[in-house]
Design a protein. Structure first.
Length: 499
């Protein structure tokens, strides 16, 4: 039963309190979530904004006169690689690239309606978006909602059957800074929260949705308004949702950490410097030492003695095809302005550096990102020096990472279907009709197939005694290892008893 003190607190909750509770999660002292600025930087990288107003570039930025114009030139030459986006694409595709398996025990017609709704809403994609955000930012939020246009003038939602009721329900992935589930440390009481904006009449209103369980285990679902007249604020009658909230927080171990973002910046720097080096190779810089700049002497009045004052006015030197320049050494003068000698003129051409430095640096930091994402096996495909055992171990790590995400997605998918069913039950006048329904959701995770040579190597290691049977089975990617070992043990026991 929920703590009564907490229930009293939740009953008095308002928009400002909800804002405060959500913001506190990013406080460094609490450590629930990474700082919001770090989360946004990860999101920007994934969305393709690597420049980030200059914060994404770790090279030296121009200073002094015309710094702004030169920074804009640097921005145009900025050459990032979407490595963070690349590893997230691969991970999510391998977890949710295949259609999931959904079942509802003994509910064939219900299952048919659910599958139609699930596919029409493209909820696999919604789960993929949530998984991507959770693996990127440590957490993401799923929120069930009913568009305001589907609610009649008296605030009711009616449907003739389950299919129509489900058609009124949507699931959306929200940014983690906009929502989440707050769990009280002392009582484990859950409070679902989500900030959003909506247009009511002629006004854009900021609302905060909240949900919690009352003393009877029913779901209280309401909205608090930031509007002075409390426009849009309401509390629905408690719902029978089987102890679930219409707001779900998907938590995961972050794959994109601060160190991964730094590695991405290093890759971007290498790419940009490689482009700069390539530009330098085609348009070599020239440094003129001891050379009189081109220009002309211009008269600028007279001195105290009535003599003309001539001042040298430099000009730009024409370059490129069909140009011809006369250069002369710069004169060296004494304190009286008399020419005493001429400098030794020299033109120095700046040569580009070998590209190995940039390519090697980029490959190093790419490997760092792939290692964090458990995808080193993808970089071993063209590496002839990698041993078969190291390839198998790398693939095993990747498979474990996928299975970790599968557990997270399966739980979220089950919530998605269960909460939609129980909300829909109220629309057809049958509250609690699906509370006892057994919903199963299984993501069809891609498996990493070993080559025949790798399988042979595992077998040889087992037969030579280098690895035991458990390790051999695990390296082969067998899922029911314990069951197989128990069966073998039982078979050995029976054979021993019959001897």
């Amino acid at each position: 039963m929920p703590d009564t003190t907490k229930l009293e607190e939740y009953q008095k909750i308002d928009y400002i309190k909800i804002q405060t509770l959500l913001a506190e999660r990013f406080n460094a002292t609490r450590g629930e979530l990474p700082p919001l600025n770090d989360i946004k930087a990860r999101r920007y990288f994934d969305n393709g904004d690597h420049w980030q107003l200059g914060n994404g570039f770790i090279g030296q930025l121009p200073t002094g006169d015309a710094a702004e114009d030169r920074t804009e030139m640097l921005r145009r030459a900025f050459s990032p690689e979407d490595v963070i986006s690349e590893v997230l694409d691969t991970h999510v595709q391998n977890v949710l690239g295949n259609d999931p398996t959904i079942s509802i025990e003994g509910e064939d017609k219900t299952l048919e309606d659910v599958l139609t709704w699930f596919d029409k809403r493209d909820n696999t994609k919604v789960l993929g978006t949530a998984l991507r955000a959770a693996r990127r930012e440590q957490a993401s939020v799923l929120r069930a909602f009913i568009p305001s246009g589907m609610i009649d003038g008296e605030g009711r939602i009616n449907a003739k059957d389950l299919a129509e009721a489900l058609s009124k329900i949507w699931i959306r992935c929200e940014p983690i800074e906009s929502g989440g589930v707050i769990v009280d440390d002392a009582t484990a009481t859950e409070l679902g929260l989500c900030l959003y904006r909506i247009r009511i009449g002629q006004a854009d209103v900021s609302l905060a949705e909240y949900a919690y369980l009352d003393a009877l285990g029913r779901t209280v679902w309401g909205t608090a308004s930031a509007h002075t007249a409390k426009l849009g604020a309401e509390v629905a009658e408690p719902l029978k949702l089987g102890g679930m909230l219409p707001i779900y927080q998907m938590n995961a171990r972050a794959m994109i950490t601060d160190s991964v973002c730094q590695a991405q910046r290093d890759i971007n720097l290498s790419g940009t410097m490689l482009t700069r080096n390539n530009n330098l190779a085609g348009s070599r810089e020239r440094l003129a030492v001891g050379v009189q700049p081109p220009g002309e002497w211009v008269e600028q009045g007279v001195d105290e003695s009535g003599n003309k004052v001539m001042v040298f006015q430099p000009a730009s030197m024409p370059t490129g095809p069909a140009t011809f320049n006369f250069l002369q050494p710069e004169s060296i003068k004494d304190d009286s302005g008399n020419i005493t000698a001429y400098a030794n003129p020299n033109i120095i051409f700046t040569d580009p550096v070998p590209i190995d430095t940039f390519i090697g640096t980029s490959e190093h930091w790419r490997r760092v990102i792939y290692a964090k994402a458990k995808m080193l096996h993808l970089l071993m495909s063209d590496n002839a020096t990698a041993s078969g055992k190291s390839r198998i171990e790398a693939r095993k790590e990747f498979q474990s990472s996928l299975n970790e995400s599968k557990q997270i997605v399966d739980a979220a998918g089950k919530w998605m279907i269960s909460v939609a069913l129980n909300i829909a039950a109220h629309f057809i006048g049958k509250p609690g009709a699906f509370v006892e329904s057994k919903v199963e959701f299984q993501a069809d995770v891609s498996t990493i197939e070993l080559t025949s040579e790798e399988n042979a190597e595992i077998r040889a290691d087992y037969e030579s005694g280098m690895i035991d049977l458990r390790t051999a089975l695990e390296l082969r990617g067998i899922k029911n290892v314990e069951e197989i070992l128990e069966r073998i043990s039982e078979q050995n026991r029976l054979e021993f008893e019959t001897e």
